[in-house]
Write a protein that binds this ligand. Structure first.
Ligand code: MTE
Ligand code: MO
Length: 502
C-alpha cells in the first residue's frame, strides 16, 4: 500500500512540475470517464452533481488500496505478486496518460516516475520487512536501533513523503488551472460587443452521422508539436507586437478585456487533412480583432509577413494582407465554446484567422508578433517544406455511408460536409457509380467561415457502389478533381466512398 501511495504521489508531483494533466492518477480517472457508458456518467451526474469526479477519484483510491493490500498479503514470501500489481498499475497509468487527448511527449515523465518509484519503494520495503521478520530486534546501527524500528521509521517516512509529494504536485499544478477557471468566469460575465448568431437547428443533421455544427472542445481536432502543454497563467501572459510598425505595442491579458470582445463561429482546418480526413472542427471563438490592433501599431509598407511565436518556440507566418482585410475577422482568441481556451488549444491566447490553414494562422500560446517580410524569416512548417501561403482549399467529405459499410437496399442516404472558408459553399454535387452529378440538399448556411452540411438520397439495388462528391464555393468555383497529397499546401481531389447494398 505504501508503494502504491508513493507511486501515485511521485507521479502527481512530477506532473505538477511538467504538466498537471499528466498525473497518472488523474489521467486514469479521465480515461474512466471517457470510456464510461453514458448511463453510468448520467447516473454519476444526477447522484453526485459536480462532486462526481471527486467521488470517482476517491473510489479509485479505495480500489487501489484494496488491490494493493491483497497484493501485499500475497507477497509475504515472494515479492512477485506485488511487483506485478505495482507494474500493472504503473503501465495503466502510462497508457492513460499516453492516450489522453491532451498528450504531449514530456507527459510520459510523470507516469514513468510513478512506475519507477512504486517498484523501487516496494522492493526496498519488502526486503527490509523480510529481514525484520527473521530478526526483528537485531540492532542495525551503532546506536543499537533495531531492525523493526528501522522498518517502522522507513514506512512512516514513505507515507509522509507520498502525501507531501501529492500535495506538492497539486499546489504546483494549480496556477494555470485556477487562472483558466477565472478567465471562464470573466468571459461569462463579460458584455460582448458582438455575439455569434445562434446556430439554427437546420444547419446540421448529426442524426445522419455527420458532425454536430459546433464541435465540443474535447472533440475539437488537435495538432501541435509542443513537448508539453505550456502552463502559463493569464496574468503572466503578454505579447509584444514589433518590427515594421510605427509604434510597438505590448498587450497584457487585461488589455484584451478592455477592447471590444467579439464572438465568431469559425471552422478551423489543418493543411495535413487528407481528402476524407477529420482534421477539421468548428467552434465559437471569443476574442479581439487583430486588424484593429495592427492598425493602432501602424504596419509599415512592405511588411508582408506577421511572424508570430508561441511560448513553446513554434512559429507561424501569416500574410499581413489577409489579416488586414476588412471583414476577414482575424482575431486573438481567448474563449472557445463558452469557456476559456482549453490548455491544449492555446490558453490563454491564440490566433485564429478564418480561411487560412492552421499552420499559417492559428498560433496557440502566442507570445510575440513580429511584423516583417516573408524574405526575412521562415516559420516552423515553411522551414520544413510546406507552402508559404496557406489558403484553405474547397473540399467535400462524405460521412455516410461509411467506407465499406453494408446498407439495406432501397433509399440510401448519402451525407457529409463541405467547406470553403471564407467564401462559403454554394453547391455540393454527388454521383453514384460514375453516373450523372446530382445536386445535394444543403443545410442552412451559417457563414462563409464555416463548414456546411449536405445530404441526398439514392435508390439503390444490391451490390457494390461507389459514391463521389464535389463542392463548389459560393463564387462558383468547383473543387478540382486532380488528387494531390497534403504536402505542401493541402490535399485536393473528389472524395469517394465504396460501400455495399444488401
Ligand atoms: N504553438 C503552436 N501553435 C499551433 C501549432 C503548433 O504546433 N504549436 N499547430 C498549428 C496547426 S498545424 C494547426 S492545424 C492548429 C490546430 O489547432 P488546434 O490544435 O487548436 O485544433 O494550430 C496551429 N497552431
Ligand atoms: Mo495543421
Amino acid at each position: 500500500m505504501l508503494a502504491v501511495a508513493a507511486a501515485v504521489g511521485s507521479g502527481h508531483l512530477v506532473a505538477g512540475v511538467v504538466s498537471p494533466g499528466s498525473s497518472p492518477y488523474l489521467a486514469v480517472g479521465d480515461t474512466v470517464i471517457r470510456f464510461a457508458p453514458e448511463w453510468l456518467t448520467d447516473f454519476a451526474k444526477t447522484t453526485f452533481g459536480t462532486a462526481d469526479k471527486s467521488v470517482l477519484l476517491a473510489g479509485m483510491a479505495v480500489v487501489m488500496l484494496v488491490v494493493a493490500a491483497a497484493a501485499g498479503l500475497a507477497s509475504r514470501r515472494s515479492h512477485t505478486p506485488a511487483v506485478v500489481v505495482v507494474g500493472v498499475l504503473g503501465v495503466l497509468g502510462l497508457l492513460a496518460v499516453a492516450t489522453a487527448p491532451t498528450f504531449a511527449l514530456l507527459d510520459v515523465l510523470a507516469p514513468l516516475a510513478s512506475l519507477g518509484v512504486g517498484l523501487t519503494v516496494f522492493r526496498r520495503l519488502h526486503a527490509l520487512a523480510l529481514r525484520t521478520r527473521e530478526a526483528p530486534d537485531e540492532p542495525v546501527t551503532a546506536g543499537g536501533v533495531s531492525r523493526r524500528t528501522v522498518l517502522i521509521g522507513s514506512s512512516a517516512a514513505v507515507g509522509v513523503a507520498s502525501v507531501g509529494a501529492a500535495v506538492g504536485g497539486q499546489l504546483l499544478g494549480r496556477g494555470a488551472a485556477d487562472s483558466r477557471q477565472a478567465v471562464t468566469a470573466r468571459l461569462a460575465a463579460a458584455r460582448l460587443a458582438a455575439r455569434a448568431p445562434a446556430i439554427p437547428a437546420s444547419a446540421a443533421f448529426p442524426q445522419l452521422g455527420t458532425p454536430t455544427f459546433l464541435t465540443g472542445n474535447p472533440d475539437f481536432y488537435r495538432i501541435d508539436v509542443a513537448l508539453r502543454i505550456p502552463q502559463q497563467t493569464a496574468e503572466q501572459w503578454s505579447m509584444r507586437i514589433h518590427g515594421m510598425v510605427d509604434k510597438e505595442i505590448v498587450l497584457r491579458f487585461d488589455d484584451l478585456f478592455a477592447r471590444p470582445l467579439v464572438e465568431r463561429t469559425i471552422t478551423m482546418t489543418c493543411v495535413s487533412n487528407p481528402v476524407g480526413g477529420n482534421l477539421i472542427s468548428t467552434a465559437n471563438f471569443v476574442g479581439v480583432d487583430l486588424r484593429d490592433i495592427l492598425l493602432e501599431a501602424g504596419v509599415r509598407p512592405g511588411a508582408d509577413q506577421l511572424f508570430s511565436t508561441s511560448v513553446d518556440g513554434f512559429t507561424v507566418g501569416t500574410p499581413t494582407s489577409v489579416v488586414m482585410e476588412e471583414g476577414r475577422g482575424a482575431m486573438l482568441a481567448i474563449g472557445m465554446n463558452g469557456e476559456a481556451l482549453p490548455p491544449e488549444h492555446g490558453f490563454p491566447v491564440r490566433m485564429v484567422v478564418p480561411g487560412l490553414y492552421g499552420y499559417v494562422s492559428a498560433t496557440k500560446w502566442i507570445s510575440d508578433m513580429e511584423v516583417t517580410t516573408f524574405d526575412a524569416g521562415q516559420s516552423y512548417w515553411v522551414d520544413r517544406g510546406w507552402a508559404v501561403q496557406g489558403p484553405i482549399k474547397t473540399e467535400a467529405r462524405i460521412d455516410v455511408p461509411n467506407g465499406y459499410a453494408t446498407v439495406p437496399a432501397g433509399r440510401v442516404t448519402v451525407a457529409g460536409i463541405a467547406w470553403s472558408q471564407p467564401t462559403g459553399i454554394g453547391k455540393v454535387e454527388v454521383r453514384m457509380d460514375g453516373g450523372a452529378w446530382q445536386p445535394a440538399e444543403l443545410a442552412t448556411d451559417v457563414s462563409g467561415d464555416t463548414w456546411r452540411m449536405w445530404r441526398t438520397d439514392f435508390q439503390l439495388a444490391p451490390g457494390s457502389h461507389t459514391v463521389q462528391a464535389r463542392a463548389t464555393d459560393a463564387a462558383g468555383r468547383t473543387q478540382t478533381e486532380a488528387s494531390a497529397d497534403v504536402v505542401p499546401d493541402g490535399a485536393t481531389g473528389w472524395p469517394a466512398t465504396i460501400f455495399s447494398v444488401a
